[in-house]
Design a protein around this ligand. Structure first.
Ligand code: GAL
Length: 393
């Protein structure tokens, strides 16, 4: 071996994270530092907002909205970005798993709003299924649709399948039979007037019509904006989404292949405006983190628990501990996902600190979920933390 080859080899061995584009070695990451800029193994900024994760084939797979600079970044200019990691600290860029389309007629045309992508692996079909909140460029968040894409390989490419509103033509399972009927002409008029006079808002309103909105959307399908997916131990999967003008959360089981809703869905927290749902299961109980409904601005988090994912759910209030401001604003973040890492004996709260003026500069807030003596989850700020140390607590 010549001396030059030997020198090059030892450099590579000493610095496994050498950027493909620069000679600058990228320092391996050894802790989670919420709110700081996170770099991938090539030294590029990690770009995966509204993220979800999947544990598959011995690696962690991160999917999120790729955002560009400025306000333009609030719409999808690139697509869903995928990264993978062996340790949850150091991330390899796996590329754009689902690119936006160059065809302006496509529902996922560049400029659409494509938010909160979540991916599941279906053990029966072997396929990877991605769900996301989808709005066409000019809908002003009124489409309230769900996009579905599918792939043979975890990092993609994902093929866009369709976009629609969930559960068209199906009644929720947990309403009285008397309330399983379309709106009468008078009810329709009253509802139209509430919209026209601004009595129904996408944030809290005292006049929330809890038994009108799902009936109004029976035919066309239920509105679905902020969302997550949850896969239970038995392989059953659920789509959980903010519906009915964001005022009511729906929990909707999927068909066995995860490519459709099975038509049985439950309503929860009607009139409470739960957004940003993130669910995990521990010791047989389902725990839900969510936010209030204030757009990009952070608000106080909510926690709820249930023995059955379809409800009834019990609200437990704000799970944050810290200064008054931290508790009121969820450490300036909004939930996106809970990663349950059984092999590390830890569940991680994953949230976004949005920056709508410069979308690419939204930051990631990952905090270890702690449990009090009664087994109830809570969150505290950490400047930097390690799985190895938090897991033992
Ligand atoms: C938030 C929501 C985000 C995005 C934003 C738009 O409430 O959680 O995903 O939709 O509103 O204003």
């Amino acid at each position: 071996m010549t001396r030059r080859v030997f020198a090059a080899l030892s450099l590579i061995l000493a610095f496994p994270f050498i950027s493909a584009f620069s000679a600058e070695p990228v320092k391996p990451v050894d802790a989670i530092r919420s709110g700081e800029i996170w770099l991938d193994e090539s030294g590029a900024r990690i770009n995966a907002h509204g993220a979800g994760l999947l544990i598959y084939d011995g690696r962690y797979w991160l999917f999120g909205e790729h955002k560009v600079e400025g306000e333009l970044g609030n719409s999808a200019q690139v697509g869903v970005h995928c990264y993978s990691s062996a340790d949850l600290y150091n991330w390899r860029d796996e590329g754009i798993a689902l690119p936006v389309s160059d065809d302006p007629a496509s529902p996922i045309a560049r400029g659409c709003i494509l938010e909160r992508p979540k991916v599941l692996h279906n053990a029966k079909t072997g396929k990877f299924v991605m769900f996301f909140h989808l709005e066409s460029a000019r809908s002003n968040y009124r489409d309230a649709k769900t996009g579905i894409a599918v792939a043979e390989k975890v990092a993609g490419p994902y093929r866009f399948v369709r976009a629609e509103r969930p559960n068209a033509g199906d009644w929720p399972s947990n309403v009285a039979d008397a309330d399983k009927k379309p709106l009468s002409a008078d009810e329709r008029k009253a509802l139209d007037e509430m919209f026209a006079t601004g009595k129904i808002k996408t944030g809290w309103t005292p006049d929330y019509p809890t038994n009108l909105l799902y009936r109004a959307d029976f035919e066309g399908g239920q509105e679905a904006r902020d969302m997550t997916l949850f896969q239970d131990d038995d392989g059953r999967a659920y789509h959980i989404y903010s519906s009915e003008s964001n005022g009511t959360l729906h929990i909707a089981p999927l068909t066995d292949d995860y490519l459709d809703w099975d038509g049985e869905y439950a309503r929860a927290f009607s009139g409470r405006y739960y957004e940003a749902p993130a669910i995990f299961k521990r010791d047989g109980k389902y725990w839900l983190f969510a936010s209030d409904c204030t757009g990009w601005a952070p608000n106080a988090a909510r926690l709820a628990v249930a023995d059955n994912i379809l409800g009834p759910w019990t609200e437990l209030g704000n799970p944050c501990r810290g200064t008054e401001a931290e508790v009121a604003k969820t450490f300036w973040s909004q939930s996106s996902y809970v990663l349950n890492v059984p092999e590390k004996n830890i569940c991680v709260f994953i949230g976004d600190r949005w920056n709508p003026q410069n979308a690419i500069d939204g930051r990631y807030i990952w905090l270890p979920i702690q449990f009090d003596d009664a087994g109830v989850p809570f969150l505290e700020w950490r400047d930097a933390w390690r799985f190895e140390e938090e897991a033992a607590k």
